[in-house]
Design a protein around this ligand. Structure first.
Ligand code: G4P
Length: 525
């Protein structure tokens, strides 16, 4: 197969949702379609969150297992599908955000009864920032849920994206009859059972009286009315608008019952983007270029003390990656050769000989990589930094063993490179502050510092509301601000100015008093 054809048939995406909306179930059904797994229940990585949150060691162990399911690749209808898994546990949200930088599109799962939830909102923000094309799957139609039109309004409002239904549910809950597939003009009938249930009937004209025979007169009338309203209210579906991230097609179904999943997948392979061009600092990198280039978006440490090693996850942005070829590690300006790169197939890892733009590969890492690092065939390229979000929890980190200061600093630096948490150094007192999105990370850091670096740390409380990256063209105002807030100024690990606001009130006042200063809540702007 020609090179460019290989690349064009790839679809690399992530399924995201608020915990419990049905991401794992949907992933599993997609894998079943791809023949990548044969029994339901095989994708367990996401079940992590169901263990007690305090038992983070157990969580890490499961995360270790989940490395194998971090990327699930399979072939379907002559397409190579790469699903990137995202951790279900809230405290690892930062991992999810970074994973989103490595995908070309996203499927968002929403629970029909719960509608848009907190985590979904945050994830959509990342998609919006990056203009990632998004498809919405409204799940659990076999249960009583919200009215479909209300859901669409809610999605538009809460996720701030225009929507366009491509399928439409026929009733719900116990009375759920199926859906009309607007995209393919088919009637999909539902039989309550957990097996393959979908019956597809070509149905180009819903005004055909045959419809009554399938779903009865009242539902047929309702469906016609709904579809008419949809055509009147929502714009005609346009793939280009979707690809620009300006409109999200919506499907309805029930992942558990495998209903609406094939429709989603069939539409997905037709409309979702193949690997997209990636903006590097120097230029735009096209996927079909001959030369290999890729970046590291995730580093996963193996917590087993007997096999301490990391896997760096590389997203290939262009060309072909070959085993044992010489590549350049741009930050170090040195060449490297990889003899055992791994591909992730659902459930198993295997050594690969070649991979193409769009694919994710795993490289064994012994501390050479940090998140955002670029590998190329020789060119000096830097892919734009991966976003860091303002952490939600902050603590001072202090040395608890004065003999091991060096080890502590090295450990902190490497863990931050891995993206475990964020480090800010207060410019006023020189103290180091660690910022995380959840309590678990503090425990992970403390444990790993001790077991991997022989260093002991202790935490001291600090009351902070948010960290914001600041910038301004008005240098005088910026200087004034820094002077006035000197006790709250810090540098992040790249040396950028960060203002640590101790309350939302103080932050609002600062924004009012210093109108020329931009306060950013992510580090990529
Ligand atoms: P997540 O990855 O988004 O967190 O959700 P997950 O797939 O684990 O699904 C959460 C729960 O919702 C599971 O039930 C799952 O069986 C159920 N579920 C998923 N899709 C549907 C659907 O279409 N209809 C209905 N009625 N339920 C659905 P659980 O009891 O928490 O777990 P399990 O014991 O069934 O695995």
């Amino acid at each position: 197969m020609a090179y460019s054809e290989e690349i064009r048939r790839r679809r690399t995406f992530a399924i995201v949702s608020h915990p419990d909306a049905g991401k794992t179930t949907l992933t599993e059904k997609l894998l079943l379609f791809g023949g990548a797994i044969h029994v339901a229940g095989a994708v367990k990585s996401n079940k992590i969150r169901k263990t007690a949150t305090s038992d983070w060691m157990e969580i890490e162990k499961q995360r270790g297992i989940s490395v194998a399911t971090s990327v699930m690749a399979f072939d379907y209808a002559n397409h190579k599908i790469n699903i990137l898994d995202t951790p279900g546990h809230q405290d690892f949200a930062e991992d999810t955000f970074r994973t989103l930088t490595a995908v070309d599109s996203v499927i968002i799962v929403i629970d029909a009864a719960k509608g848009v939830e907190a985590q979904t909102r945050k994830l959509m923000e990342v998609c919006r920032m990056r203009k990632t094309p998004v498809i919405v799957f409204v799940n659990k139609l076999d249960r009583e849920g919200k009215d479909a039109f209300d859901l669409l309004d809610e999605i538009e409002e809460e996720l701030q994206i225009k929507v366009r239904p491509l399928s439409w549910p026929i009733d719900m809950g116990q009375r759920f009859k199926g859906a009309y597939n607007i995209f393919e003009q088919k009637l999909d009938l539902y039989t309550p059972s957990k097996q393959y249930v979908t019956e597809y009937i070509e149905f180009k004209d819903v005004n055909n009286p045959e419809l009554e025979n399938h779903i009865g007169a009242p539902l047929a009338a309702k469906l016609r009315e709904d579809l008419e309203l949809i055509e009147g209210v929502y714009p005609v579906f346009d793939v280009e608008t979707y690809l620009k991230g300006d409109i999200a097609p919506v499907f309805f179904g029930s992942a558990l019952n495998n209903f609406g999943v094939k429709e989603l997948l069939d539409c997905f392979i037709r409309i979702a983007p193949s690997p997209r061009p990636v903006q590097a600092l120097e230029r735009i990198v096209e996927p079909e270029e001959d030369n290999f280039a890729g970046f590291i978006f995730k580093i996963h440490a193996n917590m087993d003390p007997n096999h301490r090693s990391c896997i760096a996850f590389v997203k290939i942005c262009s060309g072909k990656f070959e085993r044992n070829a010489i590549y350049k590690h741009v930050r170090f300006n040195k060449t490297m050769r990889f003899s055992s790169p791994t591909a992730f197939m659902a459930q198993k890892k295997e050594v690969l000989d070649e991979a193409f733009a769009g694919d994710i590969i795993g490289l064994p890492d012994t501390g050479n990589f940090k998140i955002g690092d670029t590998l190329t065939a020789g060119e000096e390229l830097h892919f734009k930094g991966l976003p860091s979000f303002s952490p939600e929890m902050f603590k001072y980190i202090e040395n608890a063993d004065p003999m091991k200061a060096k080890q502590l600093n090295k450990g902190i630096e490497q863990l931050m490179d891995e993206g475990v948490a964020q480090l800010f150094t207060n410019q006023f007192n020189g103290r180091k502050i660690i910022g995380t999105v959840g309590q678990l990370q503090f425990e992970v850091i403390q444990y790993r510092l001790l077991h991997e670096y022989g260093a002991q740390c202790k935490w001291e409380p600090i009351s902070l509301y948010k960290a914001c990256w600041i910038e301004s063209d008005n240098t005088q105002m910026l200087d004034n601000f820094k002077k006035r807030k000197s006790q709250y100024m810090a540098l992040d690990k790249e040396g950028r100015d960060v203002y640590l606001a101790d309350s939302s009130y103080v932050l609002t006042m600062a924004q009012q008093d210093f109108p020329d200063i931009k306060f950013h809540f992510t580090s990529e702007f």
